[in-house]
Design a protein around this ligand. Structure first.
Ligand SMILES: [Fe+2]
Length: 242
């Protein structure tokens, strides 16, 4: 398999206290190869919160379990759920929290996905006060964004994508550039942005909430994430709205 540029893959990588990422392999979406990333947060009670899990290869699920009990599996938007069932079978005691739209989308693809609770604008009591959240909903794209207060870490899935062209197949580069999702100016993919145009005030409100959180870092599911200056990156990526 072609390297993603984020090797080692399926390996826990510490970000800061109680925050880790795991870079996963390629996934194809509409024919385009995407490198993937998951985020792990350890909550105050020691339980683990696993965002957009990647495939369980290289013993990564066992490595995650070594950090604490896996309690929450997060499918953060309508198209990020592919490996949730693998993690459910490894951690049957974990609760699965899904963005609106996930269960329907999975069903339409012939996959039965057990969801314990649907995510909304309000953090559930189990992580309220530790992780804030907002639902960005264009009617087509539905994604819940999260902010881990203690580490000032914002976790986005697809609202910003930031592919490094040199790490992508040559033939995909013009498409990514047209899609406005190339490092260092990664933004919301053009087609997704079009779906939010029906109600730009809604997206603006979500972006202003995220800026109000004053994130230091912004972890993304695809491409290079932003280790610092989170607010600057949000203002850059959503400059058309602000
Ligand atoms: Fe994605």
């Amino acid at each position: 398999m072609r390297p993603t540029g984020y090797e080692p893959l399926h390996t826990l990588k510490p970000v800061t206290t109680d925050v880790w990422v795991v870079d996963g392999g390629w996934i194809r979406f509409y024919g385009l190869p995407f490198p993937t990333r998951m985020t792990v947060i350890r909550l105050a009670d020691g339980g683990l919160w696993v965002h957009s899990p990647v495939a369980d290869r290289n013993g990564v699920a066992a490595a995650v379990a070594g950090l604490g009990p896996v309690r929450h599996l997060i499918a953060p938007n309508w198209i990020h759920y592919a490996w949730i069932p693998d993690w459910q079978s490894q951690f049957p005691e974990a609760a699965t929290w899904a963005s609106p739209g996930v269960a329907d989308r999975a069903r339409s693809r012939g996959m039965s996905l057990a969801v314990d609770a649907v995510l909304s604008d309000a953090a559930p009591p189990v992580w309220e006060g530790q992780i804030d959240q907002r639902l960005a909903d264009s009617g087509q794209h539905r994604e819940v964004v999260f902010f881990h207060r203690a580490s000032r870490t914002l976790i986005l899935t697809d609202l910003i994508e930031n592919f490094e062209p040199a790490r992508m197949p040559w033939w995909a580069r013009p498409l990514l550039k047209f899609g406005r999702v190339c490092h260092p100016d990664g933004r919301m993919p053009r087609d997704m942005a079009a779906t939010f145009r029906r109600d730009p005030e809604h997206l603006k409100d979500v972006v202003e909430t995220m800026i109000g959180w004053q994130p230091e870092r912004v972890i993304l599911a695809h491409g290079r994430w932003y280790e610092r200056d989170g607010v600057v990156e949000l203002r850059r990526a959503f400059r058309d709205l602000l």
